[in-house]
Design a protein. Structure first.
Length: 123
């Protein structure tokens, strides 16, 4: 890897790490959702510092070109992010469903109480 490219990648990854930490401290991101980004950034930082890791991983998996190894890991990371976001959306969808059901029950109870109060007044 070209030394200029390596320094550029390391600088970008450190900047990204600072952005993640800033979002975390300003409560713009929840800790459990940022852990995956922090781990990915640290992994990429290690790979940028030691680019031989990509070649070694490619040999282990039987991949001829380092570019294909990077593409494989990027694809796996993308799938992991998509799975994580799908789990978050599913959890929030279940919460919304429970809230809507609770609100509907409360509205029904309020209507019943109002009807009972109207019946008491008219009698």
């Amino acid at each position: 890897m070209n030394r200029v490219l390596q320094i550029f990648l390391i600088g970008c990854l450190l900047a990204f790490l600072l952005v993640i930490l800033a979002f975390l401290t300003k409560k713009r991101l929840n800790l459990r959702y940022t852990l995956l980004w922090l781990l990915a950034d640290l992994f990429l930082l290690v790979v940028a510092i030691f680019p031989g890791i990509v070649d070694a991983a490619g040999r282990v998996f039987g991949i001829a070109a380092p570019v294909n190894t990077v593409f494989l890991f990027a694809s796996m990371f993308s799938l992991l992010i998509i799975l994580s976001l799908t789990m978050i959306v599913s959890h929030l969808n279940n919460k919304i469903l429970r809230i809507v059901q609770t609100q509907a029950l409360l509205e029904k109870r309020v209507r019943e109480l109002e009807d009972a109060q109207v019946n008491d007044i008219t009698q």
